[in-house]
Design a protein around this ligand. Structure first.
Ligand SMILES: C[S@@+](CC[C@H](N)C(=O)[O-])C[C@H]1O[C@@H](n2cnc3c(N)ncnc32)[C@H](O)[C@@H]1O
Length: 233
């Protein structure tokens, strides 16, 4: 029997990310998901200029794909109140964690798509984003799973299209195989320029790039990350 079609969801999308649910949410976190998420959700049809999705004027919009526990997104929102930040994450425990950051920090410049980023990325208007963050995307190390990697020639071309002139794409990974893959795809795009001047720049975390949960875990296990910043030229 065909599966019911959920708007904005790609058939077979569960192939592309690890899981939607982890440990059962504690009661307080469930309340956040039930009550706060609908207030902060992006429009179901992703329609219009995303600057209009926030309850007040914002200078520009940034997008974080796969925000995990949301600590990086919340930091950016707190430190850049003039910007609206849209976060995508299908893992409900991570969404609850971001909602807690939003409420604890009193953030009014965050909007959430609690699902696969790809339909939103496909729908946004060209030039509508000033920054895109893809921090520690799942590396899918087996060759037969490489098609699931978020960074592909096509997604890089789409990120380039979505960025405003001078906009920035930030990617991090601690997986050497994925690093080579990412560099191959991003540097192949003539419209994106690496901002570094020497190899050591990959290993130096910029001051406005707080550590993510996944990053600190990887570092503790002996996997230092590469920090990549590319500018739309
Ligand atoms: C390895 S974790 C990294 C999380 C976080 N960025 C960090 O650094 O701690 C990758 C995250 O990307 C999310 N993800 C994977 N595919 C995604 C997609 N298509 N759209 C949105 N998020 C996705 C996963 O659910 C997971 O939380």
């Amino acid at each position: 029997m065909p599966q019911p079609r959920i708007p904005g969801r790609i058939p077979g999308d569960q192939l592309f990310f690890g899981r939607r649910k982890g440990r059962p949410l504690r009661a307080g976190m469930q309340v956040l998901v039930d009550e706060r998420l609908p207030q902060l959700a992006v429009p179901a049809d992703f329609a219009g200029d995303p600057r209009g999705w926030f309850g007040r004027p914002v200078r520009a919009v940034w997008l974080e794909i796969g925000f995990g526990g949301g600590e990086h997104l919340a930091w950016q929102a707190k430190n850049h109140p003039d910007v609206g930040i849209v976060g995508c994450e299908p893992f409900v425990n991570g969404v609850a964690s971001l909602l807690r950051h939003v409420d604890n920090d009193g953030l009014d410049n965050v909007r959430i798509h609690a699902d696969d980023a790809r339909p939103l990325v496909a729908a946004l208007p060209a030039g509508s984003l000033e920054r895109i963050f893809v921090l520690h995307p799942d590396p899918w190390p087996k060759r037969r799973h490489h098609f699931r990697r978020l960074i592909q020639h096509a997604s890089v071309a789409r990120f380039h299209e979505l960025l405003a002139p001078g906009g920035e794409l930030r990617i991090a990974t601690d997986d050497p195989g994925y690093l080579t893959w990412i560099l191959g795809r991003v540097t192949a795009h003539p419209g994106l320029r690496w901002t570094g001047t020497r190899l050591a720049d990959w290993r130096t975390r910029p001051a406005d790039w707080p550590e993510t949960r996944y990053e600190s875990k990887g570092r503790a296990e002996g996997r230092p990350p590469a920090y990549m910043r590319f500018v739309k030229v």
